[in-house]
Design a protein around this ligand. Sequence first.
Ligand SMILES: C[S@@+](CC[C@H](N)C(=O)[O-])C[C@H]1O[C@@H](n2cnc3c(N)ncnc32)[C@H](O)[C@@H]1O
Length: 511
Amino acid sequence: MSIKYEVRSNEKLGRYLVAAKDLKAGERILSDQPFVLGPNSDTSLVCFNCYLPLISKFLVCKNCAVAPVCPGDGCPEQFQKWHTQQECEFFRNLKLNKGINPMTMVQNVGSLLVLRAILKRDFNHQEWKVFMELETHLDRRRGSNVWEYYDNTVKFIQSLGILDNGQNKDLVQKICAAIDVNSFEVRGPPIPAIECAEILRGVYLQAALLAHDCVANTHISINDRNVLVCHASTDIKKGDIIYHNYTDALKGTTIRQQHLMIGKYFICTCSRCSDVTEMGTYMSSAICSKCKTGYVSKKADVWECNSCGKETEKTDIEHKIKCCSEKFEVINKKDEKDLEEYIKNVSLVLAPNHYLLLDAKQRLAGVLRDIINREPRPTKKVMRRKIDLCKEILPVLEVLSPGICRTKAITLYELHATMVQLSKKMFDGREISASAYVDELLNAEKYLKRSLEMLVIEPGNSPEGELCAKALEEYRALKLSMAKVMDAIHAQGKSYQSENVTEVSLHPEVD
Ligand SMILES: C[S@@+](CC[C@H](N)C(=O)[O-])C[C@H]1O[C@@H](n2cnc3c(N)ncnc32)[C@H](O)[C@@H]1O
């Protein structure tokens, strides 16, 4: 494989990756095995071998008699195993020499990742050296709350007697810092029956060098063997910096910056962070209380309307946003009515793409999807509402996550699915002609194809990979439906003529 990236370094970013050649959207840039993978520092008990949660009971590894592992038939075969022979031997010696017992491990599961990183020192010296060179911001952490927070981990590791005499607790703090600053969130194995997973953290030594931008040009996926693959999400020119977004693209600038400062110790100065309109989305703005049409956005210490120019005291606007945010915390986010009510009220105060509204709209689209899938005869009103919500969310995603984006792919898929269902219902009810039905299916096909273009790079065995397989099936079914309707049109001696209707969600609401 030709070289896709080079490592550079500068004062501002430290080390970072640049494209060594022109890269096309969807092109694979790198693939990386985890240097270390494990549970979060505040996790509840997980199996040391496969990372499934251990809820009520567990066994201990037969060989070392220390590591807590899955009860019953043991860890499911298909999951990767992390309690290595070397670790097992290490625990066995600890038990023999220091009388360590399984309860010590149960109580310190949050320090397992750090322990596993230290054990790498003896078994993979080269990788350990690279790990130790990662950015840690140790001086910024020294004496802070996070330093204190990891005191328990320091004490636990010291109690195991694995640090050489000359090594002080700074080494453990450095490992904690290297993990905090450089790790990626990794989905643990799917928990049987409840279809969700523990969130783990993994350090990937190549991917750790990716610099951050709030509008990234890469797409990261991690498969069920925990291999990280980084694709270009847009075309990247040779010499351009390869960026990953360390934070959530669907949050406003203040929240993203807080997250980056607390976890990664820098102030982001990207084009989105430097633009009060957040690239024209007005994602953190409120509606102007004077002219009622403009959006007020934060400009240094005041908030200014983009239409009438009125300046509003920072405290006034920030109080309003805080109220909307607190209200969002307490509503039932699985309830259609609560979400609709919230959207209605908050739309009077905040700009239409405000991140709180977008969050509420995404959740409402999910609730409506469940209703549509559950009900034997979902109403057209519900389907139209879901279509409208997807169409409101997509343009924002298009701006903030250009090119390949997981949320966009899922939203496009959902949009297509509901368009197909709604147009079928209307055609079956003789509310639209066969040609209008074909028009609708063609529109849905466009969304589905765009979704598929993004989903194909997802690992086959991930939830998105499974969605890709489903979307492919639906693509075939859609083609078949269109062919059948066309045949029916021809059988009547007519030909298909596009009616160029606007998409069905905009038709008058008749149920
Ligand atoms: C995951 S590491 C990236 C690799 C790191 N530059 C190195 O040399 O090891 C994250 C750190 O890189 C730096 N960094 C990444 N993106 C940045 C950006 N957009 N602005 C400033 N610093 C950034 C910060 O120091 C951050 O804590």
